[in-house]
Design a protein around this ligand. Structure first.
Ligand SMILES: C[S@@+](CC[C@H](N)C(=O)[O-])C[C@H]1O[C@@H](n2cnc3c(N)ncnc32)[C@H](O)[C@@H]1O
Length: 282
């Protein structure tokens, strides 16, 4: 605890990357017409002892993270419209507040992350009947039975998580899901070499010591793991429902990115997969 009462933070390198989207959502909330409003992110940023100075210079990245989050939100929203009593599993949840944004009063929700992140998370969130935190790695199947005990259908969301895994760890994480949850949906992002090089050159990421180690040029490659690709979008291609609600700032961002940073934008995809019933993950 600091003199001014802010809580200290001790996190591993990859875990620290959660600060980027958290900071992005907090800043976005202060805008006149925010793309998403997240008062919890504002409260958390104000109450932890973490140096956000560098992130102030990385506003473009934080804004990109907000757009990314809004696009993942859109898929979750659609899932909840079709399956209001289903289960959402946020893999590598960080300090995300998707449940607060999208809770429909009947969904069951799990927030899974590494123990140090869940310890931090517990300072700001509490478990309820429908919403529980799970401390552990997605690579360790200890979480599987707990999630299986919850009612399907299931949607797994891994936003900005697998990018930092080794390729074999990505396969392992996906196989835990495909073998145990046939019929489930899985939303995850993929980045190619252009994206990886740009992330790994970034000062904020270097300072954190996090590296993007999984390079995936074509999300359809993952179909060999027993997935079917339903939708794949760059940040310049938000879903039409989202685009219709987007403030001008974000429409401009999306258009400018699409025009000026074509190679980078095309190198990063947000993807929605389905695990066909009867898939055994091979
Ligand atoms: C860039 S942050 C994204 C956080 C959150 N998804 C969001 O968008 O705000 C990456 C997150 O993945 C988590 N993570 C890394 N390795 C993990 C693992 N093996 N199992 C579960 N979570 C993991 C980190 O702790 C961190 O919270």
């Amino acid at each position: 605890m600091t003199d001014d009462g802010r809580a200290g933070v001790r996190l591993g390198a990859v875990q620290q990357t959660l600060m980027i989207p958290l900071y992005g959502r907090a800043v976005e909330t202060g805008k006149r017409r925010p793309l998403l409003s997240d008062p919890h992110a504002v409260r958390i940023v104000e109450s932890i002892d973490y140096d956000f100075t560098q992130m102030k210079a990385f506003r473009g990245g934080a804004r990109g993270a907000v757009l990314r989050t809004a696009m993942f939100d859109e898929w979750v929203r659609r899932f909840l419209t079709e399956h209001p009593g289903g289960t959402v599993v946020e893999v590598g949840t960080g300090l995300n507040t998707r449940f607060e944004r999208l809770d429909n009063g009947s969904v069951s929700w799990f927030d899974l992350d590494l123990p140090d992140v869940i310890e931090l998370r517990r300072r700001f969130f509490t478990d309820t009947d429908r919403r529980r935190m799970l401390a552990g790695s997605v690579l360790d199947p200890a979480w599987v039975e707990t999630v299986k005990a919850s009612r399907g259908p299931y949607l797994f969301v891994a936003e900005a998580v697998l990018l930092y895994f080794e390729p074999e760890q990505v396969e392992q994480a996906i196989r835990h899901i495909t073998t145990n949850f046939p019929g489930a949906s899985l939303a995850l992002d993929t980045g190619g070499r252009v994206m990886a090089d740009s992330v790994n050159r970034n000062d904020v990421m270097r300072e954190m010591g996090a590296r993007m180690t999984w390079v995936c040029e074509d999300p359809a490659e993952l179909e060999r793991l027993g997935l079917r690709l339903l939708d794949s979008r760059t940040l310049a291609q938000p879903q039409p429902e989202l685009r219709a609600r987007m403030p001008l700032r974000f429409r401009a961002l999306s258009a400018v990115m699409g025009a000026l940073f074509r190679r980078q934008v095309r190198s990063y995809h947000l993807n929605l997969f389905q695990i066909p019933e009867g898939s055994d993950g091979r």
